[in-house]
Design a protein around this ligand. Sequence first.
Ligand SMILES: *Cc1c(COP(=O)(O)O)cnc(C)c1O
Length: 351
Amino acid sequence: MPVPIRPEIAALTAYKPGGAAPAADALKLSSNENPFEPLDEVVAAAHDALTNAPRYPDTTCGPLRAALAERHQVTPDRLAFGAGSVSVLMHMLQAVCTAGDEVVYPWRSFEAYPLSVSVPGATAVPVPLTSDGHHDLDAMVAAITPSTRVVVVCTPNNPTGPTISGTDLEAFIDRIPQDTLVVIDEAYVEFVTDPDAACGDAFLDDPRVAVLRTFSKAWGLAGLRVGYAITSPELAAATSTVTPPFSVSAPAQAAALAALGAADVVTERVQRVVVERERLVTGLRDLGFAVPASQGNFIWLPAGPQTEAWADHFATHGLVVRAYAPDGIRITVGTEQATERVLSAAADLCS
Ligand SMILES: *Cc1c(COP(=O)(O)O)cnc(C)c1O
């Protein structure tokens, strides 16, 4: 007989990855991955690290920690690392929450939030987005109770695309109780071009704030699993204590460090994605779709009850997109060729 599973865990649906590309020439635009080949220096650094495969990696992520502390202008003890920022979030919530605590987050947003909240037995308090895909910050404040331990914001919001402005985020944080953690998930911050958008780094003087960053999107290392939080030394230490030791492999650490060293090329690539994002938004709007302005490397097609049907339509055009029935479809921005294929499939949908 199998052992009993905690009921709140048994009730969960496992994280569903974006679909695989079905045919050889199909494009996988379902997981917000970077469309470019890895940089030579990144591959070389990861490869070199394999020489040390028999040894455990540096569990402190020393050199990477030092480089990121410098980049964010914080002391190294304010960073916590994990196998992707999803892992960091999960461990941070385990460090902060227990059964009966509440976690407020926007919805629809990142699929991993409900899962991360349930693992420590906390209660999810999803707050609906506004009709144009923005966080409803007033409603989020109104959802806070004495049991609220954490409030999560996602900017730019996955899957809808809008950011929170710096002034709005500042006013929001001012309204959060003193003992409540504010997690600012910035998985796509490198793609932001709106000068009014919030940047989590600006809030790091506040010990209630944790900023989440990842190497999976702009830095093109989704397959290697490196993410981190920047927060108070106390919460960084607690999060690291909860995280299994050696979570970030040596090749992953080396690759992340090499990617930081090639930041200029990475930025150039990000700019190419941004150009395609704007072409895609403009093209889809010209076709009559109500696409919200996106600041990430993806766009949102509010498809409502047509979500599954439209996703199937894209699939017949060799495009794997992410369907979130009954709300809409998220399409990752790729190369110029991907933009053309998405626009042509979308045009076909209208005719
Ligand atoms: C992709 C993503 C992450 C990070 O994913 P990892 O690969 O685990 O680093 C975090 N938050 C959001 C909103 C994302 O879309």
